[in-house]
Design a protein around this ligand. Structure first.
Ligand code: PLP
Length: 392
């Protein structure tokens, strides 16, 4: 078994037997001579179908038996669900979900006769959602935006007893920090748009499976629902993955340092980072993750409506959606990713108005801390009210 840094650079043998190039060739044809070949799909190349080299690369990193690529994380999610669940069946979702998955479960799946329940992170809550027609458990850990951690081993052990399929969205952790299949997951999903792509410029998705019984249904759904990725995008993804371990290791280090810094800052009320001993799920994170990732959130002690003031004083960290890239990005979930939740849902999830979600990049950490420091200095209520006094 190769170490992870080596595995990222050399995930698979190169298929270019003709020119012997050291990067994989891009194959553009959408039509192949059927008289000439027994195999119409070319899993070894970046061809124009879902089933290509990129899926295999992600599967290798996740320790799966097979993988498949998509043109977005959402198409990976919907293919994973629709290939395993049919009319009249039921899914239990963890109730802290990526916004798109949440909307799919709340609005779209019920239209197709698939019932959905939402459990808290503990096993008892999953048990209480179990129905006779339950087919799948759908999890995301660490969660967005509060970085809650689900005990994957505990939940998947129970799910296996009940003959349920466990799907895990591993986008936040990446296979560098967490391998859900080794913790009992059946199917792992990625929004490659985030860490795997890593440069905020490449939308894609991927699935890795732990057992070949999922392969044919998944291939069929993937093909019929569309969502395949262009050969050039596949190539960009493989190129990005070569630096995945390096990037994620720097992001882990930066995020931990920033989390400690923010935790000691008087204007910050609370920091959510699974690597902090103060995080409610720190011990589970320590048990199942190699490292704690590049995402963190914090609640600031700002007056209502002044978060813009803090954001507008950041010079390096950009107020932007998305995450996982080399550039540090920050957002206010109640104004962006979680805008459409009802007040009751926000309250239940504990997502407050003054909560900021930070996706830590690979910049020099001292520069990032300085950027936060000076924006926090500016953002105090005193500054705002002294401006107001001058105005009056
Ligand atoms: C962004 C994201 C998705 C959706 O991915 P797209 O590539 O944008 O479709 C799914 N899950 C998580 C955890 C995400 O952050």
């Amino acid at each position: 078994m190769k170490n992870k840094e080596t595995q990222c650079v050399h995930p698979l043998p190169i298929s270019d037997k003709i020119l012997t190039g050291i990067v994989s060739p891009i194959v553009l044809s959408t039509a192949y001579n059927y008289m000439d070949t027994a195999e119409l799909a070319y899993p070894g190349f970046f061809s124009t179908h879902n089933q290509n080299r990129l899926g295999t690369i992600v599967s290798e990193l996740e320790g799966g038996v097979w993988g498949i690529a998509f043109n977005s994380g959402m198409s990976a999610i919907s293919s994973a669900i629709f290939s395993n669940v049919k009319l009249g069946e039921h899914i239990i979702f963890f109730n802290e979900l990526y916004g798109g998955a949440w909307k799919l479960a709340k609005e779209e799946l019920p239209k197709h006769g698939i019932a959905c329940s939402f459990a808290n992170k503990d096993l008892e809550s999953f048990k209480s959602c179990l129905q006779e027609n339950t087919k799948v458990i759908y999890l995301e850990t660490p969660s967005n935006p509060l970085l809650s951690i689900i005990d994957l081993k505990e939940i998947t052990t129970w799910a296996k007893e009940k003959n349920l399929i466990t799907i895990v969205d591993n986008t936040f952790a990446t296979p560098i920090n967490q391998k859900p299949i080794s913790l009992g997951a059946d199917i792992v999903i990625h929004s490659g748009t985030k860490y795997l792509g890593g440069h905020n410029d490449l939308p894609f998705g991927a699935i890795a499976i732990s057992d070949n019984r999922f392969k044919v249904p998944l291939l069929t759904t993937a093909k019929l629902f569309g969502g395949s990725l262009s050969p050039h995008a596949c190539y960009m993804a493989e190129r990005s993955i070569k630096t995945l371990a390096l990037r994620v290791e720097r992001q882990n280090e930066n995020a931990l340092r920033i989390a400690h810094y923010l935790e000691s800052h008087q204007k910050i009320k609370k920091v959510y980072y699974p690597g902090l001993p103060s995080h409610k799920d720190h011990l589970i994170a320590k048990k199942q993750m190699v490292n704690f990732g590049g995402m963190l959130s914090f609640e600031a002690d700002f007056e209502h409506g002044t978060s813009w003031h803090f954001l507008s004083h950041l010079l390096i960290i950009k107020p932007a959606l998305s995450l996982g890239g080399v550039e540090s990005l920050i957002c206010v979930p109640t104004e962006t990713s979680h805008l459409n939740l009802t007040n009751e849902e926000k309250e239940r999830m504990g997502i407050k108005e003054n909560l900021f979600r930070l996706s830590v990049g690979i910049e020099n950490c001292n520069d990032l801390i300085k950027d936060l420091e000076s924006a926090l200095d500016f953002s105090s209520l005193d500054v705002v009210s002294s401006y107001l006094k001058v105005w009056k």
